[in-house]
Design a protein around this ligand. Structure first.
Ligand SMILES: C[S@@+](CC[C@H](N)C(=O)[O-])C[C@H]1O[C@@H](n2cnc3c(N)ncnc32)[C@H](O)[C@@H]1O
Length: 321
């Protein structure tokens, strides 16, 4: 798979859409490519998903996407917690220009999966999220981690020039970016660092399961906020605010999923909440559960499967003067 493009397996059978889906979306589905997972090569059909951003929702208030405790619990239970390789790569990058790893601030931290991996490397880590339910689901037993409700671009509880790492995982697309970078510049020490990271579309190591995941994934595609396209495009057009910034697309993330955990993964998305409001008579999660169980049955009766993402990581050092 091209590391800078977003890949998604598409079924050729159309799903129910509120807006017409261009025929092109389906014809692109005919292009086959290989996706490397740690255990095998999956042949899949790819699409440059982000070019269909015009199908996604306009004018979504991104600060109100996580208002529901069930959705936040599902997020905490089913989303990946990244890898130590990623947290170490970021900590090592920080040390290039600043030996202190005193304070990391993770904005858009959700229930903390992008935050707590830094606790091993930094003396103190603060996770900040605009959603009270997301913060309520963050762990409370990591002594050097603290979670706060707040905005990425307004961090009055953080003194200027005190932060060694300012980061955002799977969330920068939802934020006011210019203002968030300005706030990062205020709180960062000279020589401190910024890291923007995340993942795009998951790929399962089981063709039957992959087809099912993709079928249900595309059903809710147009219910994502338009800004999701930037994430699906791995921030390929984002410029970090300091010279000499770098990107890393080499780190993979794998996670085993049961059917229940995958249903939770879907439930953790704002898009599914919006889809269910638009289709109140449809049992999306019931149908997904049934079809995923059937897919596992057809492919040998396993009770779980492995999903892989390619992480992306953009990093910059704030100049010392
Ligand atoms: C997809 S979640 C990412 C959670 C976690 N960082 C992860 O890596 O899984 C995006 C989070 O960004 C938060 N968010 C959106 N806009 C925000 C803003 N302006 N300031 C702080 N958090 C924000 C949302 O509430 C949500 O919890």
């Amino acid at each position: 798979m091209n590391q800078h493009s977003v890949a998604l397996l598409l079924l050729s059978t159309p799903c129910k859409y509120d807006k017409p889906v261009p025929q092109k979306l389906y014809s692109i589905a005919l292009q086959k490519s290989n996706f490397e997972t740690p255990t095998k090569t999956v042949t899949m059909t790819t699409v440059q998903y982000s070019q269909y951003a015009h199908l996604m929702k306009d004018n979504v208030d991104k600060t109100k996407m996580f208002l529901d405790m069930d959705q936040s619990k599902a997020y905490a239970d089913s989303r990946p917690s990244y890898t130590d390789e990623m947290f170490k790569t970021i900590a090592d990058y920080c040390k290039e220009t600043n030996p202190d790893l005193n304070l990391a601030v993770d904005v858009g931290c959700g229930p903390g999966m992008s935050t707590i991996g830094f606790a091993k490397y930094f003396k103190k880590v603060i996770g900040v999220d605009v959603s009270e339910t997301q913060v309520a689901c963050a762990p409370k037993d990591v002594p050097n981690c603290e979670f706060k409700v707040g905005y990425s671009d307004k961090l009055p509880f953080i003194k200027s020039g005190t932060v060694d790492l300012f980061c955002s995982g799977e969330s920068f697309n939802l934020m006011p970016q210019k203002e968030t970078f300005a706030e990062a510049d205020r709180v960062l020490k000279p020589g401190g660092s910024i890291a923007i990271f995340g993942y795009d579309v998951p790929v399962a190591d089981n063709a039957e399961v992959q087809a099912c995941i993709q079928k249900f994934g595309i059903k809710i595609f147009q219910f994502y906020p338009k800004e999701t396209a930037q994430l699906l495009d791995r921030f390929s057009n984002l410029q970090l605010p300091y010279p000499g910034w770098i990107r890393n697309d080499e780190i993979k993330l794998t996670m085993k999923y049961t059917v229940k955990q995958y249903a939770d993964f879907m439930k953790s998305t704002w898009a599914l909440r919006a889809y269910r409001e638009a289709h109140p008579d449809e049992d999306f999660l019931g149908d997904l559960t049934k079809e995923l169980n059937e897919a596992l049955e057809r492919s040998g009766g396993a009770t779980d499967y492995t999903v892989t993402w390619n992480l992306f990581l953009l990093m910059a050092h704030k100049p010392k003067n």
